[in-house]
Design a protein around this ligand. Structure first.
Ligand code: JFZ
Length: 436
């Protein structure tokens, strides 16, 4: 009997390992076809929103810092964004040329923007009492914008989650297994009610989160929807820039910086239009030049851009931000074919130019005119058939014996933010190896 007991104890960890694997079954991973389609979208809207906007401080992070915890946790009782209009937000995204939209259904502060049955800390207990996530899902469908959901792993508000504030030590009364069950219920509600195209996880860097949980959640989600796309912040890791075969997730998530050219691993840069993720009055806004060049350099690196807007506490997006996004949309009306559905490369984007490609076309995004000509790094075995401005107008060029292409730039570039020159090649531009 004693020996039997010992054998049981010895075998326990193995049984446990089998039940809670640290990795996922490769056959359930999001397919290449689905990921290629996601990467073709190139431009999406990120929205960070919640009761904290009443204070204009950062979502999640200001809890217990700029805003005392008690006060932060009761802000929802005053949250009444009567001017919220899901159609208007989605229309803003659409007019900006954005193809998908991601809303913070739950951020680190734990407040839920949908009527969850799992916790009372949700929008139905605010004076507003309307399903914000549901409204946005509906409007996205109407305007043919792909609907996506941001969901944080860590939750500083839930007593079952061991950490109650960034940097604080673990609460021994917390119950992580119970917390994960709650999380699964919340995710089940979100996936089955709103059918998100993609789930953008976050908050995976604190010690209570383990890959065992992440693998379980990934598997659980794939059973609910085999095609749902999942970012790399579900796996327990803080290497957001990377995505390796062992990491759990479908794409890498460089934050507030443009990812590096990568033809193999899907990635999406998330970046704010101002400085803060959530709304802040008079926050410094990026210039149109910065916005357009960020998008072009991201596409030039073969990545997507999830561009963040923080709406105001009354439910509207700031007029100046809406205007800026509209300007991006105007640029995309002319230049969209050099962004959507393209691949990045073969050159690494820099301050002067970036390149994208599709079929036999190589799109050269010219940011600055530093001389009358622009000579591109040598592309072996590539021959140009003709060159012209995407906006219209022939471009003279020469191709040296070594293959180097030199473009004659117009007296004045037609677009001060990014003028695209199309090079039609005699062969497929998409298979040109990356030039280092
Ligand atoms: C995270 C969030 O914390 C942030 O609020 C926002 O939602 C962004 C998209 O993702 O960004 C981070 C992640 C980690 C740290 C800071 C910001 N960190 O570890 O200091």
């Amino acid at each position: 009997m004693k020996y039997l007991f010992c054998a049981f104890i010895l075998l326990l960890p193995f049984g446990n390992l089998r039940a809670q694997s640290r990795s996922i079954d490769p056959s359930i991973k999001t397919s290449r076809v689905v990921m290629d389609n996601f990467m073709d979208q190139r431009f999406g809207m990120f929205i960070h929103w919640g009761p904290v906007t009443l204070r204009g401080t950062e979502i999640g992070w200001s809890r217990g810092n700029a805003v005392p915890t008690q006060e932060y946790d009761t802000l929802y009782k005053e949250f009444n964004p009567v001017l919220f209009n899901a159609d208007a937000w989605v229309k803003t995204a659409k007019d900006a040329g954005m193809k998908y939209l991601t809303i913070t259904a739950k951020h680190h502060d734990g407040f839920c923007l949908w009527p969850t049955k799992v916790s009372n800390y949700n929008i139905m207990n605010s004076p507003y009492k309307k399903d914000i996530v549901g409204e946005l899902a509906r409007a996205c469908k109407k305007y043919d914008v792909k609907f996506c959901i941001y969901f944080t792993v860590l939750d500083w508000h839930d007593p079952d989650y061991p950490i109650h504030m960034s940097g604080s030590k673990a609460d021994t009364n917390a119950n992580m297994d119970k917390f994960v069950i709650t999380m699964k219920k919340e995710l089940q509600e979100l996936v089955t009610s709103y059918h998100p195209y993609m789930l953008w996880f976050d908050g995976n860097w604190e010690s209570p989160w383990k890959n065992e949980y992440a693998a379980g959640i990934y598997t659980f989600l794939k059973k609910l929807d085999p095609n749902v796309i999942i970012n790399n912040r579900l796996g327990a890791n803080d290497a957001h820039l990377k995505l390796t075969a062992e990491m759990i997730g479908d794409f890498a998530t460089p934050e507030q910086k443009i990812g590096e050219l990568n033809m193999n691993t899907p990635w999406e840069t998330c970046m704010t239009i101002c400085n803060q993720w959530a709304w802040k009055p008079n926050d410094k806004m990026k210039t149109l030049k910065e916005c357009i060049q960020t998008l072009a350099k991201t596409a030039g690196g073969n990545g997507n851009l999830l561009f963040n807007v923080g709406p105001m506490p009354d439910g509207r997006m700031e007029a100046r931000q809406v205007e800026r996004l509209k300007e991006m949309g105007e640029w995309l009306k002319t230049y969209g074919e050099s962004i959507y559905g393209t691949k990045g490369g073969p050159f690494k984007p820099n301050e002067i130019f970036a390149a994208t490609r599709k079929g036999d076309k190589l799109y050269v995004h010219v940011f600055e005119k530093t001389a009358n000509t622009l000579t591109l790094p040598v592309l072996p075995n590539v021959k140009v058939k003709q060159a012209y401005l995407l906006k219209g107008g022939k471009i003279n060029y020469s191709q040296g014996a070594g293959g180097a292409i030199t473009l004659q730039l117009p007296e004045q570039l037609p677009d001060s933010n990014d003028s695209v020159i199309v090079l039609e090649l005699t062969t497929n531009a998409e298979i040109i190896p990356v030039v280092s």
